[in-house]
Design a protein around this ligand. Structure first.
Ligand SMILES: [Zn+2]
Ligand SMILES: [Zn+2]
Length: 292
């Protein structure tokens, strides 16, 4: 992991190098058959080349369970070395037509953070996504029924605890960007209490950490019917100088850039002219680009 200091110092904030910075088109939140994606890494690489991407990052699920049961949609934990080797060798398929990045989507929980840190330190990742699909065992984004069975008050409490935990995720220093930051809205449920204090504290912690936040288009196709994060959270990110990048959370080769034009417009509307890219766990910035 690049040190926090390096990352913070390296990232030119908005307004520097205007006009000189080349545009960069990446798709970094991508699942293959190594976890719950439908297509192989080779198929994803070929699609990325056809779509004209500059960089494709594979980010399969790696979930260290809090309980005894392994997570069914995570790669087996002992497969991590083979996974890294396979993504790395995909660069040979791509040749000089595409840069392939080694990513991973991991789950943050305080009880597994040490084991995760150990696993991450053993491999040459380009970036690691920090997500929370579970909150103390509650599956946040698995099924609408999990939320429907709760009272309004219990839903509010889960959302509040989620945002408090998000500040811990940021402070852990384990991740390069946050995955689907407001995923609690996925099934259309919204907090009925004011969570702005918790959300702002989480965003302050993210800004302090030097992490970026993804603008993940998969929410467009869910009952939430908007990207993660919402426009208001995106504006709050911009106000804090938190870098962003557009991702699709693709589970197939056909969806690598799904919703990207829409997301790029939202990013620009929020005040950004640059997006983040990663190599060797260091962040750099490129101009926001529409699809070619
Ligand atoms: Zn996810
Ligand atoms: Zn994902």
């Amino acid at each position: 992991m690049g040190s926090q200091t390096e990352r913070r110092n390296q990232g030119p904030r908005e307004g520097t190098h205007q006009g000189k910075m080349p545009a960069i088109l990446t798709s970094y939140h991508v699942h293959s058959t190594n976890s719950d994606g439908l297509d192989t890494i080779r198929q994803l690489v070929e699609s990325a080349i056809e779509l004209g991407l500059d960089e494709l990052g594979i980010s399969d699920h790696y979930v260290i369970p809090e309980g005894k049961e392994p997570c069914p949609w995570s790669m087996p934990l002992d497969r991590l070395p083979e996974y890294v080797a396979e993504v790395r060798s995909a660069q040979e398929i791509a040749g000089d037509r595409l840069q392939v990045r080694i990513g991973l989507e991991t789950d943050f929980a305080p009880s597994t953070a040490k084991a995760l840190a150990d696993a991450l330190s053993a491999h040459p990742f380009d970036y690691v996504i920090g997500s929370m699909h579970f909150l103390d065992g509650f599956p946040v984004d698995a099924h609408a029924e999990d939320w429907e069975g709760l009272s309004e008050m219990d839903r509010d409490i889960i959302m509040m605890r989620y945002w408090i935990r998000m500040a811990d995720l940021a402070a852990s220093g384990l991740f390069d960007f946050v995955g689907h930051i407001d995923i609690c809205k996925k099934f259309g449920f919204r907090a009925t209490i004011d969570l702005s204090r918790e959300i702002e504290a989480a965003l302050d912690a993210i800004a302090e950490s030097g992490m970026a936040v993804e603008v993940n288009t998969s929410g467009l196709h869910m009952p939430a019917a908007e990207v993660y994060p919402s426009a208001s959270i995106l504006r709050e990110c911009h106000a804090r100088g938190i870098p962003v990048l557009v991702t699709s959370d693709a589970h197939s080769a056909a969806s690598l850039t799904r919703g990207f034009e829409h997301a790029a417009r939202l990013v620009v509307k929020a005040g950004y002219s640059q997006v983040a890219a990663f190599a060797g766990r260091m962040m750099r910035l490129g101009a926001v680009t529409p699809l070619p």
